[in-house]
Design a protein around this ligand. Structure first.
Ligand code: PFF
Length: 461
């Protein structure tokens, strides 16, 4: 029986530290960079509602499954899956979930560190006043020139990787927990500062209307796919991160309510980020649907037109960097914990090796924006888009689907009742219905829709 035992990697010192750590993993570039621009591109409020439905019906049940499986296994996702498949007398092939998570973590971290490096560099670029009263042309050229200089981008990517590896190398309590205790409260504080600033920018009503006006005429089946993919990415689901973090959760924590708090916090930050960003965009008569460039072109431009813009713009990029680092550390945990367990290796050494491999893979993303911009892979995607597509659109939903099915249909009932404190009855039926049928079906539909066009183009269907 796992309840009561400890993980060899350490434990969160309380339930609230797990909440902060998991929220730290969940809140990242997905909330501050992706959520606002995909909301902008997909019809505002209607998208927000669809996204909330995906979080409630798919995200929360799958996160409960991951955390519960992690706490039962008390080790890295690969070894947890080994234990659980034995326990459930299921086929060993289910350990594939753990392996896929390790690989997805590498892939995501490789490009995540590059984009986080852009954010780090923008702390400096904004602080020195580059965008003060700048024109759209200046903002665009600044970004394009930065991207076209591989050396500069690699420098910032390297700095971000070193920070990440330095933190994770110190272990769960001295590394992860300490960073999380410091960065998470600061992150919330900076977000409030920016919200107050946005409130006074003159575009707040327009920003609120944009986020909450229900433009259902703009909703297509594609909207659902995008919302579901975003729910997975932003809640860090489908690749064992929450399973790895779940292994360090104290036995006394109630998983169901803890997960709901994490999902609510993550969603709250995404909506606050939108409410902080859109008003300053509208206050300057700029367009909200600017794609991925929203954060690095539109936002600096918007801050540059506002009073004290250089200061608050700098605050914004510090916020983004904090959010990115607490997510990046969680991306390494599944692989790191596994290698430490398997080879009895020193955590610091493993962390450095992992960092070097991720850094090397990340060079592909750096070059996608300059010297390799013409090199394309499957479906005409460049290196960065390919890594992003395979990890986010294929591996995360597939991982989530398998985790949901395994937790509800294969894990012995004893584990469910011990971990979730759920006796047979209406609550257990609801969990089976949502976690075991609705969530996997939703993911399967998204999965099929997302990879179908790729398969069709590959096989000329
Ligand atoms: N949730 C993070 C974000 O929204 O930026 C990204 C992420 C972190 C995805 C950890 C997956 C993961 F395992």
């Amino acid at each position: 029986m796992a309840l009561g035992s400890d993980s060899r990697h350490g434990m969160w010192s309380s339930r609230w530290l797990f909440v902060l750590a998991a929220a730290g993993s969940a809140v990242g570039l997905g909330n501050i960079w992706k959520f606002p621009y995909i909301t902008g591109e997909n019809g505002g409020g209607a998208f927000v509602i669809i996204y909330l439905v995906c979080v409630a019906l798919v995200g929360i049940p799958i996160m409960i499954s991951e955390v519960m499986m992690g706490r039962e296994g008390r080790s890295s996702p690969i070894n947890t899956m080994r234990k659980l498949t034995d326990m459930a007398k299921a086929h060993r092939a289910w350990t594939f979930i753990g392996w896929m998570g390790v690989i997805a973590g590498f892939m995501i971290l490789s490009y995540y560190a590059v984009i986080a490096g852009w954010a780090l560099s923008y702390i400096w670029t904004t602080a020195v006043g580059t965008f003060e009263n700048a024109t759209a042309e200046v903002a665009t050229t600044t970004f394009n020139e930065f991207l076209s200089s591989p050396l500069e981008v690699v420098g910032w990517q390297t700095l971000f990787m070193i920070l990440t590896i330095w933190i994770v190398g110190h272990g769960v309590s001295a590394g992860l927990e300490r960073a999380i205790r410091l960065f998470m409260p600061l992150l919330f504080l900076l977000l409030i500062v920016l919200l107050v600033y946005a409130f006074n920018s003159g575009g707040f009503d327009q920003g609120v209307a944009f986020m909450f006006d229900l433009k259902f005429d703009q909703v297509t089946p594609e909207t659902w796919l995008i919302a579901m993919g975003q729910a997975f990415f932003t809640l860090s689901l489908g690749m064992g991160t929450m399973m790895a973090y779940g292994a360090y959760v104290p036995e006394s924590a109630n998983i169901g309510s803890t997960v709901v708090i994490i999902a609510v916090l993550d969603t709250f930050v995404a909506i606050c980020a939108g409410l902080a960003i859109f008003p300053i965009v509208f206050a300057n008569g700029l367009e909200a649907a600017q794609g991925p460039g929203l954060m690095f072109v539109t936002i600096p431009l918007a801050f540059g037109q506002l009073p004290l813009g250089a200061i608050f713009g700098t605050v914004f990029f510090i916020l983004v960097s904090f959010a990115a680092i607490t997510s990046a550390i969680s991306l390494t945990e599944p692989a790191l914990a596994y290698l430490v367990e398997e080879y009895n290796a020193k955590r610091k050494r493993v962390a450095i090796s992992l960092g070097v491999i991720c850094w090397l893979l990340g060079l592909g993303t750096v070059f996608s924006f300059n010297i390799w911009s013409d090199v394309t892979f499957v479906g005409g995607l460049d290196f960065f888009e390919t890594v992003d597509y395979i990890s986010q659109n294929i591996m995360l939903p597939l991982g989530g689907l398998l985790i949901g099915l395994f937790a509800v249909w294969l894990l012995p009932r004893k584990v469910l009742s011990e971990q979730l404190g759920m006796p047979d009855g209406p609550v257990s039926w609801l969990w089976k219905l949502v976690g075991g049928i609705i969530a996997p079906l939703g993911v399967a539909a998204v999965f099929a829709y997302t990879i179908w066009p790729m398969l069709a183009s590959l096989f000329n269907l």
